[in-house]
Ligand binder design. Structure first.
Ligand SMILES: *Cc1c(COP(=O)(O)O)cnc(C)c1O
Length: 356
């Protein structure tokens, strides 16, 4: 039987998507060729890319004036592509530091120029989201991370600013309703909530580009990729195809409003048990808890062996917390069924019974 997959990334994908992808690996669109052995410029694959971009636009409810790209290099490459395209030579970028990924983005931006960190939650091990900070009016852009995959915190609202709003949504893209037209760039590595590793979704409001005054190498220039419709160089055909299938699956399910309801139900189930069960404690501040990654620890580490045995024999996989936080992390992405969360909750209850 398939495991209950709580992996933080690469992570669970819908079973029907994996089956369709497997079919296309053997015979793509009845061509008697594999998806991974046809030209990315063939009509069949160009259709896949167009469909993936259009589904993303539709699901995010984007107005005109936005471009959608599927590029390579992961979210980590966007940490430097963003300042390369937006940070003026003598300008300044503003960043919110809410975890490892934010601070990696800050580190890259600093190689380009002035960076102001407007607030940080590093003082408390990134277990909360800073609030009431000021964004300098002259910032070339403001960058934040919507969901902190490692610590299990999530921005519930986004600051108002006149600077372009840039967001790393790698681990909560397509999981909840937001006004996506408030953002100027959204980027997300596929492997958390959309597809296999190998491609990054990038959504860009066209009008913010071309103003940095920098000479940008082609492969790092968003305008080049927009003009070439993600085909400046060979795209990650398999990762784009599977992402397209996942977006199709999401659309058929009822889109973001429908999946958000399911995600809220899953999160409510796991957090209720973390709060009820005296053997466990949550890691992040309640008001900032992530709907995607629930982080928690045992109150008494002596129970680790017993609990690990319980969940692993229940068929659960990928529950170990990130090495910088320890404990446990239940990643409950879009494709994870609520039944899997119930299996985890039952294992937590079972530990309590065992010890009483
Ligand atoms: C995983 C993750 C990244 C890193 O993504 P790569 O595709 O490995 O570069 C960046 N940001 C967030 C929020 C993540 O969860």
């Amino acid at each position: 039987m398939k495991k209950h997959n709580f992996s933080a990334g690469p992570s669970i994908l819908p079973q029907e998507v994996i089956k369709k992808a497997a079919d296309a690996l053997l015979n793509f669109n009845g061509l008697d060729l594999s998806l991974i052995e046809v030209s990315h410029r063939s009509k069949e694959f160009v259709d896949v890319m167009d469909k993936a971009c259009n589904l993303a636009k539709e699901l995010l409810n984007l107005p005109s004036g936005y471009s959608v790209l599927f590029l390579q290099g992961g979210a980590s490459l966007e940490f430097l592509r963003v300042p390369y395209n937006l940070l003026k030579i003598d300008g300044k970028a503003a960043y919110l530091d809410t975890g490892t990924w934010s601070s990696n983005a800050i580190k890259e931006a600093k190689t380009f120029g002035n960076v102001e960190v407007v607030a940080s939650s590093k003082d408390k091990g990134y277990n909360y989201i800073p609030k009431n900070y000021a964004i300098p009016a002259d910032a070339d852009y403001f960058h934040c991370t919507s969901n902190n995959t490692i610590y299990g915190t999530q921005l519930k609202s986004f600051p108002k600013t006149n600077s372009p709003l840039i967001c790393d949504m790698s681990s909560d893209i397509f999981s909840r309703q937001l006004d996506f037209s408030k953002f100027d760039i959204i980027y997300a590595g596929a492997q958390k909530n959309m597809g296999p590793a190998g491609t990054t979704l990038i959504v860009i409001k066209d009008e913010i580009l071309g103003k940095s005054g920098r000479k940008i190498p082609s492969i790092l220039d968003y305008q080049v990729h927009i003009a070439k419709e993600s085909m400046f160089n060979t795209p990650a055909v398999f990762a784009v195809y599977v992402s397209m299938l996942t977006l199709e699956w999401l659309k058929n399910l009822g889109g973001i409003p429908a999946i958000e309801k399911l995600n809220e139900a899953k999160a409510a189930l796991i957090y209720a048990e973390i709060d009820r069960n005296p053997l466990f404690k949550g890691y992040s501040e309640k008001e900032d808890r992530s709907l995607m990654n629930a982080t928690f620890n045992l109150v008494d580490e002596a129970n680790k062996e017993a609990f690990d045995k319980l969940w692993s024999t229940a068929g659960i996989s990928g529950l170990k917390g990130h090495r910088s936080v320890g404990g446990y992390r239940a990643s409950i992405y879009n494709a994870l069924p609520i039944e899997s969360v119930q299996v985890l909750v039952d294992a937590m209850k079972q530990l309590e019974k065992q010890l009483s």
